[in-house]
Write a protein that binds this ligand. Structure first.
Ligand SMILES: [Cu+2]
Length: 266
């Protein structure tokens, strides 16, 4: 019993010593755990592909993440060409939706950020799947397809026609924690021509929030401005709690292409 106690003390001291050693710059080899939801994983061509999200997949804008690993060594692959391809199978027809591919083939972290704007919910008769194609620096390549579930989102995308009759898709990026006062808002706009989705960067947006239940708006809102890749950022001022309607008037080349809105409650 005495030996046992002594042994525990030694272990404790050794632990303390190794802790202080780490503080002096020794890099710990603890694997990084990912604080995200793992939606799917699969293997192809000696490569493991994992798909992550911040939240349940919903109609609207979804931030997604892909991690690639060497399936033999489990080492993270940070140099790869990845392509995300969502497919909706409606039985009689199939289509995709707007996506954002990795902006670089090289990452410093473990996750390649990507995004998808799901335009409809998935169910028994209309099924979403997500294909991920990869080509690693070691020229291993393959494609994995995962069935995914997509539920109705808080900010479903608006689908409308441009003045030339082309389909446009407008999404509001989720506001994680709306507050009373100034909030950053971000929108993404894509056009759709025969299932080819292109970011639209030449819109003029006018943002006008209102509280329908009380018949007032708010001052000092900042109209969203294009920042590339079809994304527009601005500010919206929620002066009190309750339900707000964020009106967005859209213009393209001086032509009004309609007014859209998103509802939010805080
Ligand atoms: Cu009010």
């Amino acid at each position: 019993m005495k030996n046992c106690t002594l042994f525990s003390v030694i272990i404790f001291v050794v632990t303390l010593m190794s802790c202080s050693k780490n503080d002096t710059g020794v890099t710990p080899t603890i694997p990084t755990s990912i604080q995200k939801i793992k939606l799917a994983e699969g293997f192809s061509a000696g490569t493991k592909i994992e798909l992550y999200a911040d939240d349940t997949l919903r109609t609207g804008y979804n931030q997604l993440y892909i991690r690639a690993l060497d399936s033999a060594t489990n080492a993270v692959i940070r140099d790869a060409q990845l392509t995300l391809n969502p497919q909706m199978d409606m039985g009689s027809m199939t289509h995709s939706c707007p996506t954002e591919q990795p902006t670089s083939t090289q990452i410093s972290g473990d996750l390649f950020p990507v995004a998808a704007i799901f335009t409809m919910v998935g169910n028994d008769s209309q099924k979403w799947s997500l294909s991920i194609s990869f080509r690693t620096i070691a020229t291993k390549e393959g494609t994995l397809t995962f069935p995914i579930s997509v539920v109705k989102g808080t900010f479903p995308p608006k689908i409308f026609m441009d003045s030339d009759g082309k389909e446009m898709i407008l999404a509001m990026l989720p506001i994680a924690k709306p507050i009373v006062g100034m909030n950053d808002v971000e929108f993404a706009v894509f056009s759709n021509a025969s299932d080819v989705y292109t970011p639209i960067d030449d819109l003029t947006m006018t943002i006008t929030p209102e509280m329908p239940s009380m018949g007032h708006g708010s001052p000092n809102n900042v109209n969203p401005i294009d920042k590339g890749q079809g994304h527009y950022t601005g500010k919206v001022n929620f002066i009190m709690t309750g339900e707000w309607k964020i009106n967005l008037a859209l213009e393209r080349a001086g032509t009004n292409i309609g007014q859209q809105f998103f509802m939010i409650t805080l």
